[in-house]
Structures are given as structure tokens and as C-alpha cells.
Design a protein around this ligand. Sequence first.
Ligand code: HEC
Ligand code: HEC
Length: 225
Amino acid sequence: MNKKWLAFSIILAFAGTSSLLHAEGNSDEGKEKSASCVSCHGEHGNSMVSTFPKLAQQHASYLTKQLHAFKDGTRKDPMMSSLATTLSDADMEDIAAYYEQQKVSINTQPKLSDDEDDDSQSPAKSEDALKAMLSQGADLYRNGDLTREVSACIACHGPLGEGNQPAAFPSLNAQHADYLIKALTDFKLGKRSNNPENMMHMIAKKMTDEEIKAVAYRISMMHNQ
Ligand code: HEC
Ligand code: HEC
């Protein structure tokens, strides 16, 4: 299983290099064209709302791919789908070039969400629960789970969550945990399946909701600055 993924990633990595030969977007044009994105994705692509993904520092190859997917309907979202139909190929490349050059903002230490914020718990205890969750997430990210064939995220998304530009494996680090949880749950349920061989579905379907949450919080704290 792992070997298959590895071989597949290598093929993708080589296939992806051809896209380097294509014209690159113009980031100055992209800045202007991204004016309509600011209300949701924030200044410089650092959104303030945790369910709107940050786009700052994301690989242009991945951004362009997702915008095409929203436009052709292979990825669906009530907010993005119609917006993407207004963008030309050149718009997408320019906007993607602009966001790739922005710096992603670092998240503050997460708080466990309300359902776990039991008032009877002492602050120290919830601090321990948070630590335990982050270390479970770190372990899954680095090692996966061999017995259940959950692939290690690090293999494709990199040691610092920086992703892989030529292969269009997205950067994940410093993304909002809430968005990551939503993305992984969409992959798990098959709601998002525009990726080659449905690879994220194959991985996420084997993860429990608890693991999804743990790895999402862990990734939200990673950064490569
Ligand atoms: C009304 C709010 C809204 C506006 C305006 C908006 N977006 Fe989005 N965007 C979203 C939401 C919500 C998602 C997450 C969709 C999902 O959960 O799958 C998203 C996702 C994306 C993604 C995928 C990110 C990823 O990590 O996979 C890209 C790329 C994107 N938007 C680009 C843009 C661009 C470019 C513009 C401006 C032309 C724009 N968006 C305007 C709400 C918005
Ligand atoms: C074999 C390579 C591979 C492995 C291993 C892998 N991923 Fe991915 N991941 C991808 C690819 C490719 C995409 C982009 C999918 C697309 O184009 O829609 C992706 C997308 C994602 C996204 C969506 C990002 C966004 O901005 O919307 C999340 C979240 C994610 N992966 C988390 C994980 C986690 C957590 C693990 C480990 C449990 C993992 N991935 C393991 C290849 C991989």
C-alpha cells in the first residue's frame, strides 16, 4: 500500500514538472484581481474566519487546480462554485501567483472546542487534554497508522506541512483547524473527490473523527517560517 502511494507520488512529481514550463501568473495583476476574494479570504489571503481557508503561501499549482475544479464542477462549494465561473485561466494563474507570494499568518494556541470545555475540569486538566490531542496528531502526521493503513501525511505534505509544489500537494501548515476538519471530513464522506485516484478519500475514510480533529489541530500549529 505504502509503496503504491510512494510510486504514485513520484509519478505525479515528474508529471508536475511539465507545468513549470507553462507561463507563470503575474502577481501584480493577481493582487488587483483578488479584490473580490478579500471579504472571505482576508487581506493577503489570511482569512479571519476559521471555515474560510487561508490562501496565503499556498502553492500556485494547487490553487489553480482547485479554481478549475470549482469552475468545472468537480469540486463544489455554494460560495466558490459560481464565483469561479467568472474567472478566466489567466485570472486564476495571476491570483494564484499573488497568493503564493504572501506569508501565511501563524495561529495562536488552540482552545478545545465548547463540547469538551467542561466547566468542572480544572484549566490544568484541559491543558493536558490539549497536549495529548496535539501529540496524537503529531504521531499520526509523522507515522500514520500501519495497522489500519492510514498513510503518514508527512510523505506527501512534508515535514513542516509545506506540501510539494510540482506535485500540487497542498501546503497545510498554519491553516485553520476548523477548515482542515471540514476538508478531511468531506474527503472521508466522498463529498470532495477531485484528486487523482481519490487518494485523500482512501486515507481519510480510515480515520476516526477523533483522529481527524487531532491531526487538524496539530497541523494548524505547524509552520515553516
Ligand atoms: C463568500 C465567501 C468567499 C469568497 C468571496 C471567495 N471565497 Fe474562496 N472559498 C470560500 C470557502 C467557504 C471555501 C472553502 C470551500 C470548501 O469548504 O470546500 C473557499 C475555498 C477556496 C479555495 C480552495 C482552497 C483550498 O485550500 O483548497 C480557493 C483556491 C479559493 N477559495 C479561491 C478564491 C478566490 C481566488 C476568490 C476571489 C476571486 C475567492 N476564493 C472568493 C469562500 C469564499
Ligand atoms: C499520497 C499523498 C498524500 C498523503 C499520504 C496525504 N495527502 Fe493530503 N492531499 C494530497 C493531495 C494530492 C491533496 C490535494 C487534493 C486535491 O487536489 O483536491 C491533498 C489534500 C489534503 C487536504 C486539503 C487541503 C486544502 O487546502 O483543502 C488536507 C486537509 C489533507 N490533504 C490532509 C492530509 C492528512 C491529515 C494526511 C495524513 C493523515 C494526508 N493529507 C496524507 C496528498 C496526500
